[in-house]
Ligand binder design. Structure first.
Ligand code: SAM
Ligand code: SF4
Ligand code: SF4
Length: 380
C-alpha cells in the first residue's frame, strides 16, 4: 500500500464531534437544511458485514479475509438505534429504512423492528418502516419480520440468469434462493415489494427485459421492479462512466418489449421515476442517480453501523452521534435527549450536500479529492 493511501478502516473514524447549540432546534420545530430540504427519511445501517461480495459494492479483493469489520462493541445497540430514531422522528422523519451490509445478518433484527414499530410521529402516526436486503435469508425470516412490524421490503436482484447472478454476487449464491425469498415475503404480506436491479453495462444489461418479464408473469402487481444506475459510491469499486447504462436506455429497451407510460411521482423526495405497463401489467421505476440528479429534494440522512451520521451517500465525513449517545459531559452526566436532538437539528440545518448535481462539474473519478465513505457501511 502506498504512503498516501489511507487504509479503509481508518476512514470509518473520520467523523466530527457534534456541536450542541445552547438554544433552538428543539424537537418540535420544522427543520430544513440550507437548501430548504426537510428531514423525512432515515436510513440505518445495522451491520457492515455481508455474505455477498457484489463487485460494485464490496469487491472481494478489498473485502477479503484480512479485512477488519467493526467489532460488536462499536455497533450501536438496538436501544441506541431506537433512541436516535426517536429523536429524528421528532425532527420530522416519517420513514425508516434498515440496511447494511446485509441487515438480516444482524442477530435478532426483529427485536429492533418491534422497537422501531412502536415509535410515533409528533402527530401520533406510525412510521413507514422498511428494509433493504439481498434476499438470501428472506425465505427463513420473512414471517418473523412481518410479525415484528415490518411493513415491506426491498430486495436487490441483479439478474434472473443463475450464472450472471452468481458472478455478480461473487460468492456463487444461486438466484433460486432469492426468488424463493421474494415469494416468502409476498406470502408474509410484506408488500408492495420493490426489487432493485443495479444495471452495469456489459455485465447484466441483457437481463433487463427477462427480469421484467419474470416479475410481470410470476409476481404480479404487488412487486415493483426498479432499475438503478451504477453509481460511483465509495472508493473501491473502480467505477467508470462507460459502465453506466443511462435509465433512458433502460426505459427504451423495456418500452420496446412491453409498452410503457409515465406516472406521476407518488411522494416528494422520491428517488425513482415511475412508469406503468400500458397493458396493466404493473409498474416499474428507474433511479437515475448519475444521469439525472435528484438532490433538489433529497430528504434522506444515513446513520452508520457505529452511529456516525452522514448527510449524503457521497460524503467523506460523518458526525459522531455515538459520542453523544455513550459519552458524558464535563460534570459526568450523560447527554440528554434534548441536547442530542439540538445537535442533530444543527447538523441538518447546516447541510448543503448535492453531490450528484455537482458530479458533472467535478472530476468524479475514484481517488480524487477526499475519499468517500463505503456503501455497505452507511447503507444504500
Ligand atoms: N445488502 C443489502 C442489499 O444488497 O440489498 C442492503 C445494502 S446495499 C448497500 C443497498 C443497495 O445499494 C442495494 O440495492 C445495492 O444494489 C445498492 N448498491 C450498492 N452499491 C451500488 C452502486 N455502486 N451503485 C448503485 N447501487 C448500489
Ligand atoms: Fe452486500 Fe448489498 Fe453490498 Fe451486495 S450490495 S455486497 S448484498 S451490502
Ligand atoms: Fe442526496 Fe447526496 Fe444523493 Fe444528492 S447525491 S440525492 S444529496 S444523497
Amino acid at each position: 500500500m502506498g504512503e498516501n493511501v489511507i487504509p479503509l478502516a481508518d476512514l470509518r473514524y473520520a467523523a466530527a464531534l457534534p456541536r450542541i447549540p445552547e438554544t433552538g432546534f428543539d424537537t418540535g420545530g420544522l427543520l430544513a437544511d440550507r437548501l430548504g430540504r426537510p428531514l423525512r427519511d432515515l436510513r440505518i445501517s445495522v451491520t457492515d458485514r455481508c455474505n455477498f461480495r457484489c463487485s460494485y459494492c464490496m469487491p472481494k479483493d478489498v473485502f477479503d479475509s484480512q479485512y477488519k469489520f467493526l467489532p460488536q462493541s462499536s455497533l450501536l445497540s438496538f436501544e441506541e438505534i431506537t433512541r436516535t430514531a426517536r429523536l429524528f422522528v421528532a425532527h420530522g422523519v416519517v420513514k425508516l429504512r434498515l440496511t447494511g451490509g446485509e441487515p438480516l445478518l444482524r442477530k435478532h433484527i426483529e427485536v429492533l423492528i418491534a422497537q422501531l414499530a412502536a415509535l410515533r410521529t409528533p402527530e401520533g402516526q406510525a412510521l413507514d418502516i422498511t428494509l433493504t436486503t439481498n434476499g438470501s435469508l428472506l425465505e427463513r425470516k420473512a414471517a418473523a419480520l412481518r410479525e415484528a412490524g415490518l411493513q415491506r421490503v426491498t430486495v436487490s436482484l441483479d439478474a434472473l440468469d443463475d450464472g450472471i447472478f452468481r458472478a455478480m454476487n461473487d460468492v456463487d449464491f444461486p438466484v433460486a434462493d432469492v426468488l424463493r425469498g421474494i415469494d416468502a415475503a409476498l406470502k408474509a404480506g410484506l408488500a408492495p415489494i420493490k426489487i432493485n436491479m443495479v444495471v452495469k453495462r456489459g455485465t447484466n444489461d441483457q437481463e433487463i427485459v427477462p427480469l421484467a418479464r419474470h416479475v410481470r408473469e410470476h409476481c404480479g402487481p404487488g412487486v415493483v421492479l426498479r432499475f438503478i444506475e451504477y453509481m460511483d459510491v465509495g472508493a473501491t469499486n473502480g467505477w467508470r462512466m462507460n459502465e453506466v447504462l443511462p435509465s433512458a436506455q433502460v426505459v427504451q429497451q423495456l418500452h420496446e418489449a412491453f409498452p410503457l407510460e409515465a406516472l406521476e411521482a407518488s411522494a416528494p423526495g422520491e428517488t425513482a421515476q415511475r412508469w406503468r405497463y400500458r397493458d396493466g401489467g404493473g409498474e416499474i421505476g428507474v433511479i437515475s442517480s448519475v444521469t439525472q440528479a435528484f438532490c433538489g429534494d433529497c430528504n434522506r440522512a444515513r446513520l452508520s453501523t457505529e452511529g456516525k451520521l452522514f448527510l449524503c451517500l457521497f460524503a467523506s465525513r460523518g458526525h459522531d452521534l455515538r459520542a453523544l449517545l455513550r459519552g458524558t459531559q464535563a460534570d459526568g452526566s450523560p447527554y440528554s435527549d434534548e441536547q442530542i436532538a439540538r445537535a442533530i437539528g444543527l447538523i441538518w440545518s447546516e447541510r448543503e450536500d448535492r453531490y450528484s448535481q455537482l458530479r458533472g462539474a467535478q472530476a468524479a473519478e475514484p481517488g480524487s479529492g477526499e475519499r468517500r465513505v463505503e456503501m455497505h457501511y452507511i447503507g444504500g
